[in-house]
Design a protein around this ligand. Structure first.
Ligand SMILES: Nc1ncnc2c1ncn2[C@@H]1O[C@H](COP(=O)(O)OP(=O)(O)OP(=O)(O)O)[C@@H](O)[C@H]1O
Ligand SMILES: [Mg+2]
Length: 292
C-alpha cells in the first residue's frame, strides 16, 4: 500500500515538474514573443519614418516637376513674345494712321469709316491679348471640347514670326476639312506643339518645310508634325523622351521639351508617337480620343 502511495506521489511530482517546465517554457515563449513584438514595433517606427521621408521626397519631386513645366511654359512664352509684339504692332500702326486721317478731314462719312476701322484693329489687339493671357495661364489643367484645327491655327499664328529666325524653314498646314473635336487643355497642347515645331525647325539647319497635318484615325483626333531633317538615330530613340536628354550643344537645349510634352499629352489622355527615317526626317504624332 505504502509502495503504491509512494508511486502515486512520484507521479504527482512528475506531473508538477512537467507543469513547472511547461510554465517556464511558456514564460520564456511569452518573453520571446514580447521581445519580437517590441522589435516589430521598432521596425514599424523606422519604416513609418522612412515612408514619411519618401512621401516628403515624392512631394518635393512633384514640386520640381511643376516648376519645370512652368519654366518650359515661360520659355515657350518668351519665344512667342516676339510674334506677339509683331501682332500688336501692326494694328497699332493702322490705328495711328486712321486717327491722323480723322484729324485731317471734316467729312462725317470718312470719319465714321475710319472709326469703324479703328474699332476693327483694336479688336485684333484684344484678340491677340486674350490668346496671350490664355497661354500664360498657369493654373490647373482646364479640359474643354475644342477643335484640333483651332489649336493648330492659334499656335501657328503665334509662331510664324518666331520661325523666321530659322533660315529657309517654311511651315505648311493641312487640316482635316471638318472639325476634329477632342477634350483637352488647349494651352497644354499648344505648349506641346511649340516644342515639336521648334524641334522640327532645329532638325533642318539647311532649311526645309515643317508639315503640320490633322485628321481622324482609329477614333482619335491626331496632329502630325513632320520635318525633313536627318532623322533620329535608332540608338537614341529610347532616350529622347527622357528628361534632360539632348544632343544639342551646351546652352542650346535643355533636353526637357519632349519629356514635358509627353507628360502634358498623357495628362490629357493622349499619346505621342514618333517615326523616323535616316536622311528623310521624323514625324511626331499626337492623338487624343474624339468627342462629339
Ligand atoms: N524632329 C527631330 N529630329 C531629330 N532629332 C530630334 C527631333 N526632335 C527631337 N530630337 C532629338 O531628341 C532630343 C531631345 O529633344 P527635346 O525636345 O526633349 O530636347 P532638346 O530639343 O534637345 O532641348 P529643348 O527642347 O529643351 O530646347 C534632341 O536633342 C534631339 O536629339
Ligand atoms: Mg526641344
Amino acid at each position: 500500500m505504502t509502495e503504491n502511495k509512494q508511486s502515486h506521489e512520484n507521479k504527482i511530482r512528475e506531473v508538477e515538474i512537467a507543469l513547472e517546465e511547461e510554465r517556464s517554457i511558456s514564460k520564456a515563449r511569452n518573453a520571446l514573443l514580447e521581445a519580437n513584438i517590441k522589435e516589430l514595433d521598432d521596425i514599424y517606427i523606422v519604416l513609418d519614418e522612412k515612408l514619411r521621408s519618401l512621401r516628403n521626397k515624392d512631394e518635393r519631386i512633384k514640386g520640381f516637376e511643376a516648376q519645370l513645366v512652368r519654366a518650359n511654359k515661360l520659355s515657350s512664352l518668351g519665344e512667342l513674345a516676339g510674334s506677339i509684339a509683331h501682332e500688336i504692332k501692326n494694328p497699332l500702326i493702322s490705328i495711328q494712321g486712321f486717327a491722323k486721317r480723322i484729324e485731317k478731314t471734316n467729312d462725317p462719312d470718312k470719319i465714321a469709316n475710319y472709326a469703324r476701322l479703328i474699332d476693327r484693329e483694336a479688336g485684333r489687339i484684344t484678340n491677340v491679348l486674350a490668346k496671350l493671357l490664355d497661354f500664360s495661364r498657369m493654373d490647373e489643367p482646364k479640359r474643354e471640347r475644342v477643335d484640333i484645327g483651332e489649336i493648330i491655327d492659334d499656335t501657328v499664328l503665334f509662331m510664324e514670326h518666331h520661325l523666321t529666325r530659322f533660315k529657309n524653314v517654311a511651315v505648311s498646314v493641312e487640316k482635316n476639312k471638318k472639325s476634329v473635336n477632342v477634350e483637352v487643355d488647349k494651352i497644354h497642347v499648344q505648349q506641346v506643339l511649340v516644342n515639336l515645331i521648334n524641334n522640327a525647325a532645329q532638325a533642318m539647319p539647311r532649311g526645309g518645310t515643317v508639315r503640320i497635318r490633322s485628321g481622324i484615325k482609329d477614333s482619335s483626333g491626331y496632329i502630325a508634325i513632320a520635318d525633313e531633317g536627318e532623322g533620329i538615330d535608332p540608338e537614341i530613340m529610347d532616350n529622347i523622351f527622357e528628361p534632360f536628354f539632348t544632343t544639342k550643344p551646351k546652352g542650346e537645349g535643355t533636353g526637357l521639351g519632349l519629356s514635358l510634352s509627353k507628360k502634358l499629352v498623357e495628362a490629357n489622355s493622349g499619346r505621342i508617337e514618333v517615326s523616323t527615317k535616316k536622311g528623310e526626317g521624323s514625324v511626331f504624332t499626337l492623338s487624343f480620343p474624339l468627342v462629339n
